[in-house]
Design a protein around this ligand. Sequence first.
Ligand code: AMP
Length: 396
Amino acid sequence: MFDKKTIEDIDVKRKKVLVRVDYNVPLDDSLNVTDDTRIKLSLPTLKYLIKNEAKIILISHLGRPKGKVEEKFRLTPAVRELEKLLNKNVKKFDEIFSSEIKEYIDNEMDYTDIVMIENLRFDPGEKSNDRDLARSLASLADIYVNDAFGAAHRSHASVVGVTQFLPAVAGFLMKREVEILVSLLELPERPFVAILGGSKVSDKLVVIKNLLDKVDTLILGGGMSYTFLKAKGYEIGESICEDDQIGYAKDMLELAKKNNVNFVLPVDITVAREFDRNADKKIVNIDSIPAGWHGLDIGEKSIGLFEKEIAGAGTIFWNGPVGVFEWERFEEGTKSIARAISDSSAVTVAGGGDTISAIKKYNLSNKFSHISSGGGASMELLEGKVLPGVASLMDK
Ligand code: AMP
């Protein structure tokens, strides 16, 4: 099923191993890591390499520095978290490549030790997949392991370029993510129900189309559903809408009919007088959204309808909140859907930054079969695209 070599298919014993991790973690204003999930997810691969007495050289990006050094994007806070999780010192270099780093790894570093080099995006060559940067990174090691599923959709130097110079294999997280998401598409327990929300249709054009070939039921909620409701002829007041996507929405409603997919949209809406966390609110049927009001959550009947579909599912994929869940007055829909999914005995998979925040907010993280660490990468897989960071690894 996963047809790429992994660290278990190559001899890493007492080798120098360059590991691409995804430590693109959120930091607060004092540069503390506010969520260490991504660091924790890298531990199985790191522990395996420690057990095999490898020298471990970690590489990652963090945030969006524009190809130059920005203090707030240094990887130092992530390294400090890793040290706590492993109860082990990790040496951090403040640059990406230098002869001193290479010298240290070759001559001073012990086997089982870990070093981390600086945020790769401080160098413009990372994003442009610069061959020299890739070659320099590769020169530090004997083997390359990609465990950064969250970056697997990027053709960057540390993801794709480096594989031209070193034997390249997948880490445990990369393998698990790809296996689970591909099995959703290839062999889902039926009925397969997908729930998509979030603010924009335009972010999910390809995924909606591809899912309409795979799922039995597609539920749409949140900001993006208003473009579909408008396409069906409803008045949507001041709710967010992408008028240039109405034609696309009509096409998707047609495609659903043709493919015999049950396309479920909200039947009632929690509307607010203003786009404000404390706004006056009321629940109205979908054909009664008052002019000037904003749809900010699904209503009770929609919650019941969505819950019924969720309860009958064999597989559930969820991406995107169905309302402005960050505001307490408009969180009921997202909270109820998150709970319904976590109560279901189906295979449940969720992905996307806001979706994961919602799952964490309601303390449901351990009730999902799988929460994907890569929002963009998981979407691209579900769009049917080949991920360059996976394609470039060695075949089994
Ligand atoms: P996205 O970034 O596209 O995944 O969308 C996530 C955001 O969509 C969240 O921050 C939600 O607050 C927002 N959202 C969900 N429903 C609505 C809505 N009805 N109107 C405006 N924003 C919404």
